[in-house]
Design a protein around this ligand. Sequence first.
Ligand SMILES: [Zn+2]
Length: 317
Amino acid sequence: MTSATYIGRFAPSPTGPLHFGSLVCALASFLDARHQAGRWLVRIEDIDPPREISGATTTILRQLSDHGLTWDGELLYQSTRTEAYREAIAALQSAHLAYSCDCPRQRINSLGGIYDGYCRQRTVIENPAIRLQVPSESKAREPEATIKFDDLIMGHYMQNLCSEIGDFIIQRRDQLFSYQLAVVVDDRFQNISHIIRGADLIDSTPRQIFLQECLESLSGKHPAPTGSPLTSSPLTYGHLPMAINAEGQKLSKQNHAAALVAGKESQNLWLALQWLGQQPPDQLKNESISRILDWAISNWSLNAIPKQLAMPAPSHY
Ligand SMILES: [Zn+2]
């Protein structure tokens, strides 16, 4: 791996300040990139205005800088990428890989979370959502319905898109673009090679791999997704344990996770390294952030990260 080929990223949504759980994700993706002399990008995922908090982007960027997590190149704001998302959806629709769906919420709820493909053959006019078609039922037991990848931290992971997910939304009825679509379009656009993020997203990864394959097939770089088995991804993934609170909930703005305390950056970094299994020496705790990060880059070990989907955050977070 050389610096020319490793491109990692951290992609926060501006829904509130960074907390311990998001610091861990930022730090781990930063260290993995720097340890491999790679680039590390920051992308602001601001495509869901109702959930966003004014000023949160500024706060997040300041918190990253205060912790010494300096990114390469320009920031990418997803709010500027609408045209690219629209083009991707139009291309998927013309290739009959995606279709319009106007099923009422009641009908979708009655399906128990896995859409049955009802609108695949219908002509839908009224305010549709757009769904990506996953390999159909007749193929559910065949290799192409199952997406597999080897996670750098969690190990082998697989998911059957047909039986576990179903055709999924890439543009919502309110016209907002789905998280899955925007992430995949932008990871391609930014030539991301490595994604290190929280395990709360591991069950999204097969959908994202499938969507990548669909887009690759349109650009002629890859066989059509209904052809050869979908078993590999051009991207490498590592999913970190998710930081949870004493009640077992993911740390989040909604669960009132504490924002990182300004002025305690060295301690925050040390605690995050400890939590990630990196065993930072005690005396490092009171060093400058650059000394701590230098140590962490040199000693970074993915193998030392606990292979657990969730772990409690330190008590005061
Ligand atoms: Zn429908």
